[in-house]
Ligand binder design. Sequence first.
Ligand code: BGC
Length: 750
Amino acid sequence: MIRSAILFVFLFCATNFFVSAQKTADVNVESLINSMTIEEKVGQMTQIDLGVIANGEICNLQNPQSINSEKLKIAISQYHVGSILNVGCASGTISLSNWHNIISTIQNENTKLDRNKIPIIYGIDAIHGANYTMVQTLFPQQIAMAASWNPALVEKGFAITAYETRASGLPWNFSPVLDIGRQPLWSRFFETFGEDVCLAKSMTTAAINGLQGNNINNPYKVAACMKHFLGYSMPLSGKDRTPAWISDRELREYFLPTFEQAIKSGAKTVMINSGEINGTPVHVNYDILTKLLREELGFKGVAVTDWEDIYKLVNLHRVAENKKEAVRMAIMAGIDMSMTPNDFEFTKLLIELVKEGTVPEARINISVRRILELKKELGLFSQTQFTQNNYPLFGSKQHAEVSYELAAECITLLKNKNNLLPLKNEKQNILVCGPAAQSLNLLNGAWTHTWQGVDTKYNTANKLTILDAIKINAGNATIQYAMGSSLDSVMDLNDCFAKAKNADKIIVCLGELPCTELPGNIDDLSLPLAQQILVNKLKEAGKPIIFICCFNRPRILQAVAKYADAIVYAYLPGDEGGRAIADCLYGKINPSGKLPFTYPANVNAIVHYDHKTTEDQDVDFSANAYRPQFDFGFGMSYTKFDYSNFSVSQNTLNDNDSIVIKVEVKNSGAVNGKETVQVYYKDLFASITPAVKKLVAFKKINLNASQTTQVEFVIHKNDLSFINKDLKRVTEKGDFEIMINNEKKLINVK
Ligand code: BGC
């Protein structure tokens, strides 16, 4: 342990030395632009998929990683492509050395053929770790990271993702997802930091700092890409890439702040929402892409489209009659780079448009400048060859430990009747069953080795499933296994039931098929029927039942939750999740995760914790009562925390004042534990109907048994603000309640 800590410190210092030893090439972007032809400029704005320059048919590739030199030559000398993305349509994770070959082949050919010697920038979806490089460190997905309520730890995780992505020769990461998760049916819910703006903003800063640090020329950092600007996560139907109806006020209240925060934190690039808001596809929305993003928020970086989205303006959105018109509309709205990604039609059409004068050359110069500045900042002009030796911590035990810590801190204990958990090391029979018990894929979700994450052949050896890890922890207990149900059909139910009858305890591992985007669309948020049947059968055995939930989104548990004596919600905890879950069951970890979303009790009862009074208790019928399965911010521990001496420093808040809030927290139980102290407020009366409560600050603390500490928060007037009907952020005068745990203090804003 100590030896590995010393090695870690040594390697950290060594890698930092390497960092400071990097040089930035002295590139004059302006003179480069002046010397470029229109074709070369438009090429910079073109991003193709790896499949276009690989052997085999596009999107039907067995080995897209083998580059076809003829195709590569055409891409460079004929189209001057500025960017390449992805890992090829039908492929999965490839090795570090394979990545190095791909990147060096591309860059070497580019140096030979491109008279301007402008490097090609490679972009990748490293969503929860460098998920397209073999033997990488896979982290919990973003929703799980948010459940840790520990931004410092989340930053460490993103920093490792940056390190391992850059180690693969990939300087640009299409991450983080900054869409707010207020539509739990949406297939990408797990990619968000949850439903709350305050929590998601803290996570945003952590993600951007972790990925970029303060200098993306650092060879252990990458350019982040905040996505998907704007309003992608709230399709009315819950189906991916279908219309969203979001008023400008709500867009600014709920969906904009994370992006605003990312821009303040220095995010270098942005990806645009594939969908439409109020009937206008975002890719042609000048108000959003130029007025809001550039003029109002001051974003200076590169705006890339999402997958083939310019063409989709014709055949899907039907706002452009042909592709040429679509290209014109998107570029004039503010797009810098088109993820084309399967052909060069965009490139040809934009060249025509500029030559005809329909798109001014001055307009494309703006985009080319942003792209070249990004390449310069990343140090790509002076990048030497990659060697594995520069990245000794790639896929290391140290990195896996950070992933484990994150998984440990995200696990959320939602129910624990009669303190069933933690399990004691007793001589007893335990049945482990359910579809998630024996699967690494169900712990990781989509964006794991492949886009959808279902293929098992790329899984990292020696990572433990939940069952593997329980066996290691079991001590004197006998562990039996029967699946009982796959994700969606009942299997060996009789065998499972027979084992349940002989068991002292039953651990049922519920799960959801790894999926994202359109393949992840579902019609019903309920726990799949087969898994409900399994639980219903198990309850007949009359033994204590523990649910482990590994879900992409909060699958409705209402029908079966009552049969669970304990519920451990694990989200998608990543490759170390099995270990963390078992350690939590056996008390090596004291759970400290808190829900970053409101867990609905019924499929049609999607109401958030920060709902309005009308959505709460209507006096006459009580029909609108807010009755979630579990509340936002909820999560239990194996110890008990007592709150006392809650105070506010003053009862009035003037313009430049701040209020100091203090509270004492005592760990009054017998074991050490972590607690997240959450501060909420309620604006009692406001010109826009106020929420019943809103999170305003939080801190995660670590307390030994019997230890007490004082936690302090500073709140400014602006922290109590909202977007008014004129789309201005305001804090209105009047009374506010500040709430911690079940206590309230009244303050008056002047
Ligand atoms: C997704 C993006 C992703 C891109 C590149 C799109 O389909 O919406 O989130 O970054 O593909 O793979």
